[in-house]
Design a protein around this ligand. Structure first.
Ligand SMILES: Cc1ncc(COP(=O)(O)O)c(C=O)c1O
Length: 469
C-alpha cells in the first residue's frame, strides 16, 4: 500500500494527539508499517531511526522478541479479567518484581493504564491517606516550576507547562509552585539545588498542615525541556518532606528503567519516596500500563471495615491487564538478565562524543546529558542564550529536516533532544547527531523562520515550551 493511501484515510477520520491537525496540510503523518530494533519503517520501505523511543516508551527496540513472545504466550491463556475480586499470575508476579527492584519500603502496587492516571492515583491516595488518619485539611499539592505529570485534569493540576494548562485553567486545581532545582545559565548545579530546596522548605512551612504531597520528576524534568538537576536536591527533598510530614511522590514515568543511568533516578540520591509512579518503559514500549507503588504505612491507613469508608475506590476497567503485565514482566527480566545499565553508560558516552561538536554551533546553547538522554537549546545567539520567537517554530524545522535524514527527532519547543532505545549502535548515534546538526542548520538558515511563521500556534500568548511539534 502506498504511503499516500493511508495518509488520506487517516486524515479523513483521525484526530492525532498533541497536534494542530492543520499542520498535516504541509507535514502529513508518517505512516509506519513495521518496527525493527531502533528503526521504524514506512509503507514504501523508508526507514526512520527512532531517536526518541516513540515518546520515551521503547527500551529494548521495536519488535523485541522476548517481549512479543511473552505477550503471545499470555494471549493463549488469558487476555483479560477484571482485577476487582479476581487475580492472575502476571499481575501478582509483576507486583512482586516491582517491589523487589524499586527502593526499599515500597511494598504495595496499584495498577492503572497510563502515566497521567498513575499520577492521579498517587494524588488521590495521598490526600485520602491524610483524610483517613484524621488530617483532611491536607488537600494541597506542591509541584515544581516547569513540572509535567500528564494531561488529564487531575494531572494538569500539578503540571506547570502553560501550553497544556492555560486553556483549561478554570477547570484545574491550583498547585503550590516550588522553584525548579535545574540550574539557570551559568549557575552551579549544587547551588541551584540548595536554592530550590531552601525555597521548598519555606513553602512547606508557610503552608503547614495543608499540603498532602510534593510531586517531582527525579533528576530530569523531561517535558520542561530535559532540565537536569543535581541529585543533592532529591536528598534534601526527602528530608524536607519528612520534617514537614508531607508525602513525596516520585514520578519516574519518564526516568524509570534506566533512562538516567540507574534503574530508577531516585537511586542516585539513595532515597525512597512514599509513592512511585511508573509507566512508559514499564512494558518496554509494547502496551499501555502503569503502576503506583506505595508503603505499608499508606496501605494500612486504608485497611479497615467497609463501613469506615476508608477503602480506595478507584478503578479502571483494564486495571492490571494480563497481556500488559506479561510484557512488563518480560521487560523486567531483560533489565535483570542483561548488562543493560552498562549499555546505557556506553550509549551516554557515544551521545556525548557525537553531540560534542554541536556545542560550538552559533545557534546551540547548554548542551547537556544524563544517562541515555542528550539535549540542547536552539538559540538566536549562544552567548546571550536568547531563544527564537516561538511563532517561528524552529523546532518543527529541526523535526522536518531530521525526518528527511531518516531520523525521528521531535524537539520540545526549541529544545532538541535524543533519547534512543538501549539497543542503538555507535553508528546509529552518529547518525542521530548528524541529523540534529543538519536540523539545526536548516532551522537557523535565514529563510527558516519566515516559512514556519506561516502556521502560528492558536495559543497566541502561551508559553512556547512543550511538545509542540
Ligand atoms: C514525567 C511524566 N509524567 C507523566 C507523564 C504522562 O504519561 P502519559 O502520557 O502516559 O499519560 C509523562 C509523559 O510524558 C511524563 O513524562
Amino acid at each position: 500500500m502506498p504511503n499516500r493511501d493511508l495518509i488520506e484515510r487517516d486524515l479523513r477520520v483521525l484526530w492525532h494527539p498533541c497536534t494542530q491537525m492543520r499542520d498535516h496540510e504541509t507535514l502529513p503523518p508518517v505512516p509506519i508499517a513495521r518496527g525493527e530494533g531502533a528503526w521504524l519503517i514506512d509503507h514504501e520501505g523508508r526507514r526512520y531511526l527512532d531517536a526518541i523511543s516513540s515518546w520515551w516508551v521503547n527500551l529494548f527496540g521495536h519488535g523485541r522478541a522476548e517481549i512479543a513472545d511473552a505477550i503471545r504466550g499470555q494471549l493463549a491463556r488469558l487476555e483479560h479479567v477484571m482485577l476487582a475480586g479476581f487475580t492472575h499470575e502476571p499481575a501478582v508476579a509483576l507486583a512482586e518484581a516491582l517491589v523487589r527492584i524499586t527502593p526499599a519500603g515500597l511494598s504495595r502496587v496499584f495498577y492503572t493504564d497510563n502515566g497521567a492516571s498513575a499520577v492521579e492515583v498517587a494524588l488521590k491516595m495521598s490526600f485520602h491517606y491524610w483524610r483517613n488518619v484524621g488530617e483532611p485539611e491536607r488537600c494541597r499539592f506542591v509541584c515544581l516550576e516547569g513540572s509535567y505529570h500528564g494531561e488529564t485534569l487531575g494531572a494538569l493540576g500539578v503540571t506547570d507547562v502553560a501550553l497544556y494548562r492555560e486553556v483549561y485553567d478554570p477547570l484545574i486545581a491550583r498547585p503550590l509552585l516550588a522553584p525548579s532545582p535545574a540550574p539557570g545559565p551559568g549557575e552551579d548545579p549544587v547551588a541551584a539545588a540548595t536554592r530550590a530546596a531552601d525555597a521548598l522548605d519555606l513553602l512547606l512551612a508557610a503552608n503547614a498542615g495543608q499540603v498532602a504531597a510534593v510531586i517531582v520528576e527525579p533528576r530530569v524534568q523531561c517535558a520542561a525541556g530535559m532540565r537536569i538537576h543535581d541529585p543533592s536536591y532529591l536528598a534534601r527533598l526527602r528530608a524536607t518532606c519528612d520534617r514537614h510530614r508531607v508525602h513525596l511522590i516520585a514520578d519516574e514515568i519518564a526516568t524509570g528503567f534506566g533512562r538516567t543511568g540507574t534503574l530508577f533516578a531516585c537511586e542516585q540520591a539513595a532515597i525512597a519516596p512514599d509513592f512511585m509512579c511508573l509507566s512508559k518503559g514499564l512494558t518496554g514500549g509494547f502496551l499501555p500500563l502503569a503502576a503506583v507503588l506505595t508503603t505499608e504505612t499508606v496501605y494500612d491507613a486504608f485497611y479497615a471495615d467497609w463501613a469506615s469508608r476508608r477503602a480506595f475506590l478507584h478503578s479502571h476497567s483494564y486495571t492490571g491487564n494480563p497481556l500488559a503485565c506479561a510484557a512488563a514482566l518480560a521487560t523486567v527480566e531483560l533489565c535483570e538478565s542483561t548488562p543493560f545499565l552498562a549499555g546505557i553508560a556506553r550509549i551516554g558516552d557515544w551521545l556525548e562524543a557525537a553531540f560534542a561538536p554541536l556545542a560550538a554551533h552559533p545557534h546551540v546553547a547548554d548542551l547537556r546529558r544524563l544517562g541515555a538522554v542528550v539535549a540542547f537549546d536552539l538559540v538566536t545567539d549562544r552567548v546571550t542564550g536568547t531563544p527564537f520567537p516561538w511563532q517561528e517554530r524552529r523546532g518543527l524545522a529541526v523535526h522536518r529536516e531530521a525526518l528527511a535524514n531518516g531520523v525521528l527527532l521531535r524537539p520540545i519547543g526549541q529544545v532538541v533532544y535524543a533519547m534512543p532505545p538501549y539497543i542503538v549502535t555507535e553508528d546509529e548515534v552518529a547518525l542521530i547527531a548528524t541529523a540534529a546538526r543538519r536540523g539545526v542548520d536548516a532551522a537557523t538558515s535565514t529563510s527558516a523562520g519566515r516559512s514556519f511563521a506561516a502556521t502560528p500556534h492558536r495559543l497566541a500568548d502561551a508559553d512556547p515550551s512543550g511538545l509542540e511539534v
